[in-house]
Ligand binder design. Structure first.
Ligand code: NAD
Length: 337
């Protein structure tokens, strides 16, 4: 295939420090930033993305062009394509996998349940099947989500809290990913680190996220629904800036214990860890709308509504002490002024 020639003949994914990372979902919001940061510090990086049309693929193409200019090449393909994955691992001895490819978004799941099962469950298993047999086995860091806390009402959320009440199919598939990781760690000794991201925002962000469509709708003069959840007041999110998330991802890659197995044989225990990557500063959605009003210099039409059962949870709030201790994670963009 065309990409193979490109990858083989190019020095682009050759690493200066012995680290070669496969980044899945590299044309996505987080994937773009993580890939660029890895490249900047001299790691070998190869991206993989299927450029699906969950949101405007031209945004993914623009991110791809940005990465190309930074020296990161993205292979177009699906994580369910085992033959392609096998080939990639033949061409490059990846030391790490940063797995960010997923079907994101909570409401879309009501119309498209199959794509969550395809990417977040079947796709994750397909990737782990290849990793378990690779020689050497790569250490895997993957994106879980704050949504696994679901309807948990104990705040702030810490990694030991219950995660058995997912409010959306998205959350259920992210939770399933954590259980699947446990199995592959247990049987095959794969090193796996899960990162529960809390609502990430920043440049190259996803157009399906609230801060984008609120901006659009305020400018159009449309009313903005401010959801009130029973007993919790206005819905709130622990918005976390992308640069902080990237540092957390790099910290997780750097502290990931190299797994001790190879070629599908378990040789010893490897790490299985899950960390919250949040901000510890939940912002009520009504405050987010006020901030947008100030920046746009336009008054929003607000409409107070009861939180419907559409997959959204009332609030998110991270306890990040474990990531602070073990990954050196420290969010720097903490307050919205
Ligand atoms: P994104 O949709 O921008 O990026 C995901 C990328 O994966 C997309 O470019 C998509 O084309 C690709 N992809 C999807 N399915 C694929 C498949 N089967 N094969 C190959 N590529 C595929 O989303 P994002 O915001 O960058 O999220 C990255 C990860 O972080 C996801 O796992 C997401 O669930 C998780 N996460 C994100 C947030 C957030 O606020 N952005 C919060 C919690 C968790």
């Amino acid at each position: 295939p065309a990409w193979e020639k490109r990858v083989r003949s190019s020095a682009r994914i050759r690493s200066r420090n012995g680290i070669s990372v496969l980044v899945t979902g590299a044309a996505g919001f987080v994937g773009t930033h993580v890939s660029a940061a890895l490249k900047r510090r001299g790691d070998g990086v190869l991206g993989l993305d299927n450029f699906n049309d969950y949101y405007d693929p031209s945004l993914k193409r623009a991110r791809q062009a940005f990465l190309e200019r930074s020296g990161v090449f993205i292979v177009e393909g699906d994580i369910n394509d085992s033959a392609l994955l096998r080939k990639l691992f033949e061409v490059v001895a990846f030391t790490h996998v940063m797995h960010l490819a997923a079907q994101a978004g909570v409401r879309y799941a009501m119309e498209n349940p199959g794509s969550y099962v395809h990417s977040n469950i079947a796709g994750f298993v397909s990737l782990l099947e290849i990793c378990k047999s690779a020689n050497p086995q790569p250490a895997i860091v993957w994106a879980s989500s704050s949504s696994v806390y679901g309807l948990n009402t104990k705040v702030p959320f810490s990694e030991k809290d219950r995660t058995d009440q997912p409010a959306s199919l998205y959350a259920a598939t992210k939770k399933a990913g954590e259980e699947i990781a446990h199995t592959y760690n247990h049987i095959y000794g794969l090193s796996l680190t899960g990162l529960r991201f809390f609502t990430v925002y920043g440049p190259w962000g996803r157009p399906d996220m609230a801060y984008f469509f609120f901006t659009r709708d305020i400018l159009k003069g449309k009313s903005i629904p401010i959801f009130e959840a029973a007993n919790h007041g206005t819905v709130a999110r622990d918005f976390t800036y992308i640069d902080d998330i990237v540092k957390g991802c790099l910290g997780a890659l750097d502290t990931a214990e190299k797994s001790t197995g190879s070629g599908g044989k378990k040789k010893g225990p490897a790490q299985l860890r899950v960390y919250n990557l949040g901000n510890t500063w939940p912002v009520p959605v009504s405050d987010l709308v006020s901030i947008l009003e100030r920046l746009l210099k336009v008054n929003a039409k607000r409409k107070l509504m009861k939180l419907p059962r559409n997959g959204d949870v009332p609030f998110t709030h991270a306890n990040i002490s474990l990531a602070q201790r073990e990954l050196g994670y420290k969010p720097t963009i903490c307050r919205v002024v």
